[in-house]
Design a protein around this ligand. Structure first.
Ligand SMILES: [Fe+2]
Length: 241
């Protein structure tokens, strides 16, 4: 693979516009000037890379990685999925970082003053790398919904924040995962900033009953697609891939 290959342009129809007044805080922070594209250079297409040995043994286990003599309160779940590029190839060695509220909907963060209690056994942060085929998994408790200061009575559906570093900085993706069946999803003013209903639906992880661990945890599956490199398509096959 030639590392100077261009990455496929982002499809802006799949991503929320910067200025979306129904999500109030975008009004002040969105850029006033038109964006311009920069040519990919070596620093965006080759790095940064992360090694498994930088991770701690409990980094992918949010049930245990902040526990102090007990376990966090909440519904135990496994979240897993497959990270691929736009050509359908698994992305190995991608760093995935996740953060979330506890089961009551409260973040362990100084700026979160929601009245739900802090869970002494739950930190809400984790990280992991994709395996050789691009798969990942982590264990946690299902986060709660929480109100936020947007308009009167604005509530976030239960969600987990994701940050991904793929094979190069040009594949960086920051997104949120939602849970199948949550009645707050269609009311969410942040998810609604994504214009395409099909793209919104891709952020809703279905219950994966076959991956549930009997008498232990339910499971949700969240597959992720990062930008791919440009490839020549030949008779519906990717030439040279
Ligand atoms: Fe959040």
């Amino acid at each position: 693979m030639n590392h100077t290959d261009e990455f496929i342009q982002r499809d802006r129809g799949q991503h929320p516009p910067a200025h979306t007044p129904d999500y109030k805080s975008t009004v002040l922070r969105s850029p006033r000037l038109a964006l311009f594209s920069l040519q990919n250079s070596l620093s965006e297409v080759t790095g940064p890379r992360f090694a498994q040995d930088a991770l701690g043994p409990l980094d992918d286990d949010l049930i245990r990685n902040y526990a102090h003599g007990g376990e966090p309160i909440g519904e135990r779940i496994v979240v897993h999925g497959w990270v691929r590029d736009e050509n359908g190839r698994g992305v190995p060695g991608a760093l995935i970082e996740v953060w979330q509220a506890n089961a009551g909907g409260r973040y362990r963060h100084v700026n979160d003053t929601y009245l739900a209690p802090i869970d002494p056994n739950f930190g809400g942060c984790g990280r992991m790398m994709t395996d050789a085929d691009g798969h990942y998994a982590f264990r946690t408790v299902k986060p709660g919904a929480y109100p936020f200061r947007n308009f009167v009575n604005s509530w976030r559906p239960a969600h987990i924040h994701f940050s991904l570093f793929g094979s190069g900085f040009a594949q960086r993706l920051i997104t949120q995962m939602y849970f199948e069946g949550d009645p707050l999803i269609p009311r969410d003013q942040i998810l609604s900033t994504i214009p395409d209903p099909a793209a919104r639906q891709r952020l809703v992880a279905p219950l994966d009953f076959d991956a549930a661990i009997p008498l232990d945890s339910l499971a949700y599956r969240f597959d992720i697609v990062l930008r791919g490199r440009r490839s020549t398509v030949f008779e519906n096959k990717l030439q040279g891939n």
